[in-house]
Design a protein around this ligand. Structure first.
Ligand code: ADP
Ligand code: MG
Length: 441
């Protein structure tokens, strides 16, 4: 199948061929014609399956071929949860529109507001934004959405996780005209909060569900290792990063301070590593990502700031130094490797404090997730016994207020019927701040 078979213009197809992209992926084959036909879309497909082009291609084609509703307002708005992801989508878009007169701007938190106002005055066709800064521009009226034709949310579930529900409502209301088309994409959309959002945002959407959020990723080899304590985790980490088959590697930690500490540790062992955390300046964040994508250093150590969307094909390994509290984040973290048909390895270190997360991830993935050992580095920890039910209830009570606005999870026929979100861990080494106003924005 060719892109032109999906209704894509030959000019765009040639542009893709320059990038070595000749055959549509599954999600592109489904989503492109559906979007071109004007339908709203609710699409879920696994990490690394080509979702970005699945929404960019019909968007660019629309701007190239159809008359604009408004001369001044942006025609396409793409919202992404993190600056790094928005930047990456922007880069892909720029490749597609090279040599055309289509204008695109990027509106991210942490960058100069007045420069953004100037860029918006230039009447771009495309705006790619993170939700917080976007809302600021809407409030200040430096951006109008009444002529918006296409509204796209990449990783919509993460945008909600980060607490941007109000901003999304605002965007929805300001761009609420009959002709607006809306697309939602992620690898993990099937939970109740997203259902509630999509009921508000989407009109008679076509559901394109190519894989379940908890489906095993065939290109990612997952293995887990038990660790007694921090020192043990660090010894295991060093062991894995030193393995010959490791190309580039992303290490995820629970806290920002750990990113810096581990970066120092690895550098002291002669391994080139850099820490990327949300408290760095925007230019530093971009600089680090840029150097990593150029393969100037081997190991990127980060928090969930980089768990979504990042597409660097040279990443052969993902190491969870700590497990994420929410099972979906596990899926996204490991999805930084094994992309676009390449094989990848995901290694997770599980200490006593990770145990509740481990249980939640295991139940979400419906899988045994076997433990392995490293000779000479085997510890004593063998797992914890299940906590008493009343403790879990307490934890769940704490979680409830966050989900207040959303209706109860739909009783989807899932096996097993485990909650999709992991219960928060009362004694975990990650602070219980994951849903606080984000460092990501
Ligand atoms: P997702 O958003 O589903 O996680 P991306 O859109 O980031 O995945 O795409 C993953 C990688 O696959 C990117 O490097 C992208 O350039 C590449 N890719 C996308 N579509 C194709 C295609 N049709 N053929 C080959 N590679 C592709
Ligand atoms: Mg993506």
């Amino acid at each position: 199948m060719h892109f032109t078979d999906l209704g894509i213009d030959t000019r765009l197809e040639t542009q893709l061929a320059h990038q070595g992209i000749t055959q549509p992926t599954d999600i592109q084959a489904h989503a492109v014609p559906t979007a071109l036909a004007g339908h709203d879309i609710f699409a879920q497909s696994k990490t690394g399956s080509g979702k970005t082009l699945a929404f960019l291609l019909p968007a660019v084609q629309r701007v190239m071929k159809q008359k604009a509703l408004s001369k001044r307002d942006p025609r396409v708005l793409i919202v992404a949860p993190t600056r790094e992801l928005a930047t990456q989508v922007f880069t892909q878009l720029r490749l597609l529109i090279a040599g055309t007169n289509i204008k695109a701007v990027k509106i991210l938190g942490g960058e100069n507001f007045n420069d953004q106002i100037k860029a918006l005055r230039n009447d771009p066709h495309f705006v790619i934004a993170t939700p917080g800064r976007l809302a600021d521009h809407l409030t200040q009226r430096s951006l109008q959405l009444s002529g918006l034709e296409l509204l796209i949310f990449d990783e919509a579930d993460r945008i909600l996780d980060l607490g941007f529900t109000e901003q999304l409502k605002m965007i929805n209301e300001l761009a609420n005209h009959r002709l607006r088309q809306t697309l939602l994409f992620s690898a993990t959309l099937d939970h109740a909060q997203v259902d509630a959002l999509s009921r508000n945002l989407l009109k008679k959407p076509k559901q394109i569900l190519l894989s379940a959020a908890n489906e095993q990723h065939s290109d990612i080899k997952q293995s887990l290792y038990l660790a007694d304590h921090l020192d043990h985790k660090e010894a295991l980490l060093e062991h894995f990063v030193k393995q010959e088959e490791v190309g580039q590697c992303i290490i995820f930690t629970a806290t920002r301070s750990d990113t810096a500490r581990l970066s120092e540790l690895l550098n002291s062992k002669g391994l080139k590593a850099q820490a990327l955390a949300g408290d760095l300046t925007q230019s530093k964040r971009l600089e680090i990502m840029d150097a990593f994508s150029r393969e100037n250093f081997k190991v990127l150590i980060t928090t969930d700031v980089a768990s979504r969307g990042l597409d660097l094909l040279s990443v052969t390994h993902v190491i969870n130094f700590d497990l994420p509290k929410h099972a979906e984040e596990y899926v996204h973290r490991i999805g930084r490797t094994g992309r676009a048909g390449f094989k990848g390895t995901a290694i997770s270190l599980v200490g006593p404090k990770d145990w509740p997360s481990y249980k939640a991830i295991k139940s979400f993935l419906n899988d045994e997730l076997a433990f392995h050992t490293v000779e000479g580095l085997t510890g004593k920890f063998k797992g914890l016994r299940d906590k008493k039910p009343q403790v879990l209830n307490k934890v769940n009570d704490k979680v409830k207020p966050k989900a207040k606005a959303a209706p109860k999870r739909k009783a989807k026929p899932k096996k097993p019927q485990a909650p999709i979100k992991a219960p928060l861990n009362i004694d975990g080494d990650a602070p219980m701040r994951r849903r606080k106003k984000p460092e990501q924005e």
